[in-house]
Design a protein around this ligand. Structure first.
Ligand code: PXP
Length: 240
């Protein structure tokens, strides 16, 4: 069975919406997600600190009992924080200030040497590294050459595709990417935009090690509670 890493960014989004309230707090939200069976907790510390704050990451490191996955841009500031926090995995993502959420995968081919430096620095701290990439075999092969430990396949194009043909085409790319990464002995995570409906499409795709899901789970949690929201997603993943 594939794992489920629950992204708690949007608990922090709700907190930051009022600027100065201490609630809701992503730290107890992570505890609830773990108690419901989550295999890991994800937090994205963005350069603009729009949701997760430094304090969250440091506290999550102290409280997360499964594994803590830190999503971050490949910047000096973030490498320093990761070195200090020592997450169980760093997922490197591209960041643009104006985007609503991470819009595309890393261009591993173009970023080449600078990305390699970041991966080497994190490996020097014994932190494994995953690269968030579009479902493109050329990017995945480049990730292998960079010595990444894993990739996370960006499922946004599949989730956003409108119409059966577009959906099928986008999902075929996800399948090919997952198989390509597995052939190259890279760990394979997948995420972005996945919900209680789109997850069902992954039935039979055994190459995915773990799904990284935030928005849909936190949205359901707002209505039915974190425990139920995480358990509902886990039940669907179990069926895959
Ligand atoms: N994976 C990565 C690399 C992301 O940047 C995000 C969004 O923060 C997710 C997964 C989770 O996406 P969503 O919140 O749409 O489930």
């Amino acid at each position: 069975m594939a794992g489920l890493a629950v992204n708690v960014d949007h608990i922090a989004t709700l907190r930051q919406a009022r600027g100065n309230t201490p609630y809701p707090d992503p730290v107890p939200a992570a505890v609830l997600a773990e108690l419901a069976g989550a295999d890991g907790i994800v937090a994205h510390l963005r350069e603009d600190r729009r949701h997760i704050q430094d304090r969250d990451v440091y506290l999550l490191r102290k409280t997360v009992a499964t594994k803590l996955i830190l999503e971050m841009a490949a910047t000096h500031e973030m490498i320093k924080i990761a070195t200090d926090v020592k997450p169980d995995l760093v997922t490197l993502v591209p960041e643009k200030r104006q985007e609503l959420t991470t819009e595309g995968g890393l261009d591993v081919i173009t970023l080449g040497p600078s990305l390699k430096k970041t991966i080497t620095a994190l490996h020097g701290q014994n932190i494994p590294v995953s690269l968030f990439v579009d479902p493109d075999p050329a990017q995945i092969e480049a990730a292998r050459k960079m010595d990444a430990d894993m990739i996370e396949i960006h499922t946004g194009a599949f989730c956003d595709a409108v119409g059966q043909l577009a959906k099928d085409t986008a999902f075929a790319a996800v399948i090919e990417a997952a198989k390509c990464a597995a052939r190259l002995n890279l760990g394979v995570n997948a995420g972005h935009g996945l919900c209680y409906h789109s997850i069902k499409r992954f039935k039979g795709l055994k190459e995915i090690d773990e799904f990284s899901i935030g928005h849909s789970i936190i949205s359901r949690a707002a209505l039915v509670g974190m425990d139920r929201a995480v358990r509902d997603m886990l039940a669907l993943i179990k069926e895959l």
